[in-house]
Design a binder for this molecule. Sequence first.
Ligand code: 5AD
Ligand code: SF4
Length: 446
Amino acid sequence: MKFHVISFGCQMNANDSDWLVRALESRGWTETPEEQASVFIVNTCSVREKPEQKVYSLLGRLEQYARRDGGVFAAVGGCVAQQVGRGFFERFSFVRLVFGTDAVALAPEALERLAQSPDERLALLDFLPTYAEREDPAPKAGGPAQAFVNIMQGCDNFCTYCIVPYVRGRQKSRQPGAVLAECRGLAARGVREITLLGQNVNSFGLDRGGAGVSFAQLLRQVAAIPGVERLRFTTSHPKDIADEVIAAFGELENLCPALHLPLQSGSDAILKRMGRRYDTARYLDIVERLQRARPGISLSTDLIVGFPGETDADFEATLRMVERVGFESSFSFKYSDRPGVAAVRMEPKIDEETAAARLEHLQNLQNTLTKDCLEKCVGTQTVVLIEGPSRKQDAGAPSLRGRDPAGRTVNVTLDGGADLTGKMVPVRLVEAKKHSLVGEKAGASW
Ligand code: 5AD
Ligand code: SF4
């Protein structure tokens, strides 16, 4: 069967989609461009309004293929599938499978079955009490030097704006042994950078799935695997980050000097209404301790503007916090009501115009902070893990794209045409662009 996967949303979704591709390929299916596919797999995200709307417009567009060829069908997975469930069958006649966030492991088999029985439809929407291990299909030969490893699923926090606990279910840690086995396997086939993934990785092990192993312990065990040269993790909740995890930034050399730590708001009143269970003083204390453990650590964050009841003063407090921490980058969003969450009932709602103006203001501030951070790097030397050719190739010297230890994108100009993908390359940084750096080879080691 020829299939095409379209993925929205977070890195966990991207990772699930990668796995689906490998699992289907190991069953003899072939990934193709959209126009040639008989089966579409849409992995959806409902965390904010925009990605959810994108799912519906995409399915509306894909329906044309099914109108032309009655054998074409679609499967919808992920958070919107969990939320809307069988509703997709009514909205789109060519959707024949909906699979929720705990059913990814079952999707390849379900797809095989549906390909053979054209009259059938299937909904796999149950939440499972524990993390569902998946088969481990053969990796693609010569795959990238970076990999993502899921360590948990779901979230128990119920921040008042967030749909995640409803669509991904309660927190379920994966068995530490399974995490370590996957990481060892990746390192053995040449992966040099691993990112541990979960909605709230710092509370790994606090449910029964973690077998009594804390996140700090898991981090140390993964860091000790030979061949793991770079280790990252995301996402962290400030209220759950343990002293041992902060200390690990000072102790584990291969733990990268970067942390994504969602702040959401710089107003204590709004943080309270968001149900975040930390205040700005506690957040600043964590930042200080991180900076002490690993001077120069690069911090990034998520921010919401226009949360119900957010005043001008609340918003200004966010601007001040962002400036004070000096985030290197941030993702910022306008609040949107998500079905069933507590903030839907909170008033007053902020009008669209005010929220849009606040977002723009915040993003302008962030752009100047990002620029400052990148400019500070110019003139220093670093090591770049090369991911492939740069997106934009200037006429003349070819250029490669990679990341420095903090995760900054670096484009490296080359004299020769050697394929350095997957290699660690010493680089001198010579220029700061808006969101990336430009580097040149340093020394004679390559
Ligand atoms: N409205 C706007 N942004 C949201 N996020 C989560 N829920 C909402 C919502 N209802 C943002 C948060 C979170 C990121 C993944 O998405 O900032 O950290
Ligand atoms: Fe959503 Fe809060 Fe859980 Fe993050 S910690 S997934 S924002 S409920």
